[in-house]
Design a protein around this ligand. Structure first.
Ligand code: NAD
Ligand code: UD1
Length: 349
């Protein structure tokens, strides 16, 4: 069992991962500035993990990854038994593609500068085990499927560029200095929620992504789903993505961390997806079947910046970590709906 720092641990993927790690016996420090999340998520993580409300196995620090003082506080926070932070999972960052085009410097500051300050702080504290959240959007618009990790990268917007820049920075770091054990994980499309409905995705304002939009239409918060194009070169004309259950993704982080600590070297870059692409129409139909709700929809033009298809090859993650996504689309729909239904206003409800 290890004592770990989770940056961005109150967010969508971070909160589910924190729960998996606590249930696996680890103790955690979470550093989050709550710019896109709520402390309530972590209260519920503690509750689901069966912790007392003042348990030292989950320490929460409200702070910013761009602040060396906050990073020092987080990396210096010892476990209940006195252990020092042995590894970091770095989720904190900004993730909205459109916003990154409008505010590129903010994305370079938080995603790249924040990551640089984090690894510098890790150097100060003698901690060299790191898992970094990257994204499948670094592949741009590939032509061959499923996408393997050897596929050329082609980051087309500041969000993808900043994520790839951090991947490169980490690669250069491990080349220049021995002792680093780094995992760079490229996620496809995480969706769903913990099956309890206590934690889930909490988008502020109008959701950009398909799944939270569907669940908000199902709950009556939004009148209808707009489908962005039916003229894509796909079998039904709508966009294809590789959706994976957020609990599967959370479990992959636990395995990646165990691997790094056991092998004491870096992982190859890994795709985390299911290998099975689904179209917008397939997702909508599956959601209606799984939940019994009707999703009113209209067809509109393509969304600027979209690609036809993204579908990741999960073979390397399977052979390296022994990880495979195990939850199906029905579970993604059901669990996402349970969360939305119980928390129509997210953590603010
Ligand atoms: P999220 O926004 O729910 O979580 C990010 C967390 O980081 C939030 O709790 C936010 O408050 C915190 N944060 C942001 N800036 C911070 C700062 N400067 N200092 C401290 N905390 C800060 O996002 P998520 O969906 O959980 O994504 C987690 C990571 O995974 C992100 O780095 C994202 O780019 C990456 N990712 C997400 C997806 C996806 O579809 N959700 C896909 C690929 C990669
Ligand atoms: C988007 C980002 C991507 C980011 C990912 C996770 C864009 C162009 N891409 O990916 O970089 O990594 O979110 O945060 O923003 N759709 C609709 N109606 C909607 C919403 C989506 O039809 O209201 C369609 C899209 O056209 C797409 C599919 O649903 O075909 C999935 O969209 P989305 O959930 O936004 O994911 P990505 O486009 O993969």
């Amino acid at each position: 069992m290890a004592h770990l720092l989770i940056t961005g641990g109150a967010g969508f993927i971070g909160s589910h991962t924190a729960l998996v790690l606590l249930q696996g016996g680890h103790s955690l420090v979470v550093l989050d500035n709550f710019s896109n999340s709520s402390p309530e998520a972590l209260r519920r993580v503690a509750e689901l993990a069966g912790l007392d409300h003042d348990s030292a196995r989950l320490q929460v620090i409200a702070g910013d990854i761009r602040s060396p003082a906050d990073l020092d506080r987080a990396l210096g926070a010892a476990a209940p038994g006195g252990e020092r932070v042995a590894g970091v999972i770095h989720f904190a960052g900004l993730k909205a593609v459109g916003e990154s085009v409008q505010q590129p410097l903010r994305y370079w500051d938080v995603n790249v500068n924040g990551s640089r300050l984090l690894v510098e702080a890790m150097q100060r504290h003698g901690c060299r085990t790191l898992v970094f959240s990257s994204t499948s959007t670094v592949y741009g618009e590939p032509q061959r499927f499923p996408i393997s990790e050897t596929c050329a990268t082609d980051p087309r917007h500041p969000y993808a560029q900043t994520k790839l820049a951090v991947e490169w920075m980490l690669q250069a770091l491990e080349t220049s200095e021995t002792g680093w054990c780094i995992g760079r994980l490229r996620y496809f499309n995480p969706v769903g929620a913990h099956p309890s409905g206590r934690i889930g995705e909490n988008p502020l304002g109008v959701p950009n992504n398909l799944f939270p939009f569907i669940t908000q239409v199902a709950s009556g918060q939004r009148p209808l789903l707009r489908i962005f194009g039916d003229d894509w070169p796909t079998p039904d004309g709508t966009g294809i993505r590789d959706y994976l259950h957020v609990m599967d993704l959370a479990e992959a982080h636990g395995l990646a961390l165990d691997w790094l600590m056991q092998h004491q070297r870096s992982l190859p870059v890994l795709n985390l997806g299911t290998g099975r692409g689904l179209s917008v129409l397939e997702v909508v139909q599956a959601f209606e079947t799984a939940t019994g709700r009707t999703i009113p929809r209209e067809l509109v033009g393509r969304r600027h910046g979209d690609v036809a298809r993204l579908e990741g090859c999960p073979r390397l993650a399977a052979s390296t970590l022994g990880w495979r996504a195990s939850r199906n689309l029905e579970q993604m729909c059901r669990d996402g709906w349970t969360w939305q239904n119980a928390n129509p206003r997210g953590y603010g409800g």
